[in-house]
Design a binder for this molecule. Structure first.
Ligand SMILES: [Zn+2]
Length: 126
């Protein structure tokens, strides 16, 4: 599993360095961008943590749902995608495109809330 993640990260970030965006971006958005950049999101990998046997499929194309698919390849999302960014690869996307554009795109296609599990803190008063 770790080797797979290293391979996925290398595809978009062959050299590790400081992140170029932190100002004005919420922690939640940064978490979403980080998850996307490593290719490991709730929507693409939740089957590993549940009883589900197979990965989710793109509801339009019926191919295995990957970050690369919904960010770059899915032809049914091309109109929405072209409104926010154009990128040739994931490396190009995460190096050149403003993260806010990616976040707005995700919200537009209703994927934003499906990238990361966010837990709500429950306060119990005795
Ligand atoms: Zn698709």
């Amino acid at each position: 599993m770790a080797a797979v993640l290293v391979h996925l990260l290398y595809a978009i970030k062959p050299l590790l360095c400081t992140k170029r965006y932190t100002n004005g971006t919420s922690r939640r958005d940064l978490t979403v961008i980080t998850r996307l950049s490593i290719g490991h999101t709730r929507v693409t990998h939740s089957y590993l943590l549940t009883t589900r046997d197979t990965p989710h499929e793109c509801s339009y194309c019926h191919v295995t749902l990957t970050v690369k698919h919904f960010l770059l390849k899915c032809p049914f999302l091309s109109v929405e995608r072209s409104m926010y960014f154009c990128a040739a690869s994931l490396k190009d996307l995460f190096e050149r495109v403003y993260p806010g554009a990616i976040i707005i795109f995700l919200k537009d296609i209703h994927y934003y809330d499906h990238i990361v599990w966010f837990y709500h803190i429950l306060y119990i008063f005795f």
